[in-house]
Ligand binder design. Structure first.
Ligand code: SF4
Ligand code: SF4
Length: 164
């Protein structure tokens, strides 16, 4: 399984502020941001940005928006157009560091063409992915990643059938 090839920022956020709308939970300087509760510091302007940009915490400055850092992802996949946020994430499981893609639904359930594009991209590139559909989480990737994912959901992987 290859790592996600994170590259340098090449795009501007412009009229998007999806990562500040609460779809990605975080604590920002003591204020919780969660589903239904946008960041305390996002501009009231519907397309506004961060009101504390120079003082934003590391969870914001280090955030990896895949649309923004991966020019090969099409313009129509911009989070405020696709209504879906694609993030580059990292995790450690059994001593192994993973990079994976997290796909979070936005205001509405993920659209078919959006999910189709992401899963095809992940399968083609052998990326591990965690994705949300209708509020439920699903995973795709290598065996170790799937084991980690199922254990995080308290699901015991089935043992292969033994020959008699
Ligand atoms: S989701 Fe991506 S494009 Fe939209 S504001 Fe956040 S970093 Fe910028
Ligand atoms: S601090 Fe700024 S960049 Fe971070 S979530 Fe809030 S509005 Fe967005």
């Amino acid at each position: 399984m290859t790592s996600v090839p994170f590259t340098q920022p090449a795009r501007e956020c412009g009229d998007c502020n999806m990562c500040c709308q609460g779809f990605l939970p975080a604590n920002i300087h003591g204020y919780h941001m969660m589903q239904g509760l946008p960041c305390h510091f996002v501009s009231d302007n519907p397309c506004g940005g961060c009101t504390i940009y120079e003082d934003r915490p590391e969870v914001c400055s280090g955030y990896q928006c895949l649309w923004k850092i991966s020019p090969s992802i099409p313009e129509w996949m911009k989070p405020n157009k696709a209504d879906c946020i694609i993030s580059g994430r990292e995790a450690t499981y059994e001593g192994i560091e993973y990079k994976f893609i997290q796909v979070k639904e936005g205001h509405k359930p993920i659209r078919g063409e959006v999910l189709n594009y992401i899963l095809r991209m992940c399968i083609y590139n052998n990326f591990n992915v965690q994705y949300e559909v209708l509020g439920n989480w699903y995973w795709h990737g290598d065996e170790h990643w799937m084991k980690h994912s199922m254990e995080s959901m308290n699901v015991t992987p089935e043992e292969p059938a033994q020959d008699a």
